[in-house]
Design a protein around this ligand. Structure first.
Ligand code: GDP
Ligand code: MG
Length: 240
């Protein structure tokens, strides 16, 4: 006997409704004295609200079958932009020996995903540059949306993020906003940057947050000792 087809749509809509109430509750949550006595509590509340907005609500709002947001995540000069260009099969984002280079994130996506990404509640504090640009909002950060027609890349939105270890404060902030949006973080490291404190802080945090993570060890020679070392570090990494 054929099993009945599960219809997740009503469940998704109910979950979205509940989420709206939770987000509203978080927004209005006030514990007397918190803000004055402990800034960390208020910051944690704000972080929870942002995560609900930027990730959970964004994902639930799009429904099953929406493309996964895959963020190329890593330190300066590890090869994130080069990897995106390689996956795209053409130069879509700037690579450079000049650092830091990627100041503005690029969301490289199939044409069918454009309406979802252009929606105002996605990266709401960013001005979006598209093929048919609108007027950039003054004083806001910019994100570039670039469409393609490649069916084999339709299930993902590939994001070239600024470096999380950037000396530019704005770059760090953008990397943080993209962290929350990501369905999958692709950590890019290379033989000269895989054991540094910033990278490991980011890996430990992503694991502790339950983020889906993948790792690319760029520029490795076959049998590279650094690659083996990185594997060993990953196997032994504590979640803290
Ligand atoms: N030889 C070689 N150079 C690479 C490779 N990946 C990146 N690069 C170079 O490393 C520099 C930094 O790369 P980029 O993609 O801009 O790094 P990002 O800052 O992580 O985006 C550029 O000059 C790239 O051409 C690679 O696999 N092999
Ligand atoms: Mg780059």
């Amino acid at each position: 006997m054929a099993s009945p087809r599960l219809d997740f749509e009503p469940l998704r809509l109910r979950a979205l409704e509940r989420l709206e109430s939770l987000a509203a509750a978080l927004l209005s949550a006030r514990v007397p004295g918190w803000a004055e006595t402990d800034g960390r509590a208020a910051a944690a509340l704000e972080e929870a609200r942002k995560r609900l907005d930027d990730h959970v609500r964004f994902r639930l709002g799009r429904g099953i079958g929406a493309p996964a947001v895959v963020v190329l995540y890593g330190g300066t000069g590890v090869g994130k932009s080069t990897i995106l260009n390689t996956l795209a099969g053409r130069p879509v984002t700037e690579t450079s020996v000049r650092r830091p280079c990627t100041t503005e994130p690029l969301l490289y996506h199939h044409r069918s995903a454009a309406p979802a990404l252009e929606a105002p509640d996605v990266l709401p504090s960013y001005s979006k540059k598209t093929a048919t640009p609108g007027q950039p909002k003054a004083g806001t950060m910019t994100v570039e949306l670039m469409t393609h027609e490649e069916p084999s890349l339709a299930s993902v939105v590939l994001v070239d993020a600024p470096d999380y270890d950037s000396v530019e404060k704005d770059n760090r902030r953008v990397a943080e906003d993209l962290y929350r949006l990501a369905d999958l973080l692709v950590f890019v490291v290379n033989p000269s940057k895989y054991a540094d404190e910033e990278t490991w802080r980011a890996i430990r945090r992503a694991r502790a947050d339950g983020k889906a993570c993948a790792f690319v060890f760029n520029r490795a020679e076959p049998g590279d000792a650094a690659l083996e070392d990185f594997r060993r570090l990953l196997d032994g990494a504590e979640v803290v």
